[in-house]
Design a protein around this ligand. Structure first.
Ligand code: AHM
Length: 304
């Protein structure tokens, strides 16, 4: 039997972490149903980053919020879609969850693959935490198939696929990244207009006849790297946005945790480990280079 719960139990995932992940899996299932229902219109609201929200952004956020609140395991929730943190009154749970309920929502109208991302810490504060202190992280990918990828500290990366009755079943475990790669996923290419070192790095990849894989969705782009076992995703800053676009708590830290469990690496464009950056503000942004270790070292060196 390779059901979600059973797999986590036989891998000695602590009961409370397992139960929290179970609620996340249920939320992912409901988000998938909403996506398939096809209500892709705008909500006529914007989030704290000033981005227009879709009805699906709002609905996905509500689904995850309800699931996590219902778990009675959380002290604090931070959503990419909400300005404020949600704090639960005592007696409260022991976990903090930071999540992006629908990453890549600008791709929804084009019917491209999108995802949800979750980072889990113990405690009752998010500010002051580092990615390295996470106990688990997960992401869901809503493609032709729905998959939930889970990393629990020290237990590697597991892939579950949703079956036709909505259960997540284990399909792969112990995903590992090779040191070098032929794939590259270059985000924020606008930066090459000014940053000639970034332009040279990209031109070098092209000259080396590497394979481009970039969809504009962080979840599918990073999932491609994990599934193939190799690759690099780059998102440096630019003049207007020196820290890039992607958020530390909701996107970069959870992925850095998952990639570290797979033997990969994630740094800023300056070479600082993403897992060592302290969260000073829930919506703070960071540049990110993430993927096969040898590729990250090379890219950081190229931009030095
Ligand atoms: P979102 O918060 O609007 O969903 O944006 C996040 C997405 C990531 O999934 C992706 O890696 C990035 O934005 C792509 O940015 P760009 O449009 O600059 O290529």
């Amino acid at each position: 039997m390779k059901s979600f719960n059973h797999t986590l139990r036989v891998n000695n995932v602590p009961n409370d972490v397992r139960s929290l992940l179970y609620h996340i899996a249920r939320g992912v299932k409901y988000i998938n149903f909403s996506l398939r229902a096809g209500n892709t219109g705008e909500a006529n609201t914007s989030n704290c980053s000033g981005e227009d929200q879709l009805k699906l952004d709002v609905l996905s956020d509500k689904i995850i919020m309800n699931e996590l609140e219902g778990s009675e395991l959380c002290a604090l929730l931070a959503s990419e879609e909400q300005d404020d943190l949600v704090r639960f009154p005592a007696p409260r749970g022991k976990f903090v969850v930071a999540y992006d309920p629908l990453d890549g929502s600008s791709l929804v109208d084009a019917n491209l693959t999108i995802g949800s991302i979750f980072g889990i810490w113990e405690g009752d504060e998010l500010v002051g935490k580092k990615g390295r202190e996470m106990v688990a992280a997960a992401y869901a990918i809503y493609g032709p198939r729905v998959e939930l990828i889970v990393a629990v500290k020290g237990k590697g990366v597991m892939v579950f696929e949703m079956n036709d009755v909505g259960e997540f079943m284990l399909t792969k475990k112990d995903l590992k990244l090779r040191e070098n790669s032929k794939y590259f996923a270059p985000g924020n290419l606008r930066a090459t207009a000014i940053n000639k070192k970034y332009l040279k790095l990209i031109n070098d990849y092209i000259a080396e006849k590497r394979t481009l894989r970039y969809s504009g969705g962080m979840v599918p782009d990073l999932h491609h790297i994990l599934q193939k076992g190799e690759g690099i995703f780059t998102y440096p800053g630019c003049e207007k946005h020196p820290n890039g676009k992607l958020r530390l708590a909701f996107e970069c830290a959870p992925f850095a945790f998952i990639f570290a469990e797979a033997g990969g690496k994630a740094t800023t464009a300056d070479g600082q480990e993403i897992l060592d950056i302290e969260i000073t503000e829930p919506h703070q942004r960071t540049t990110i280079f993430i993927g096969s270790t040898g590729e990250i070292d090379r890219a950081v060196e190229a931009l030095r």
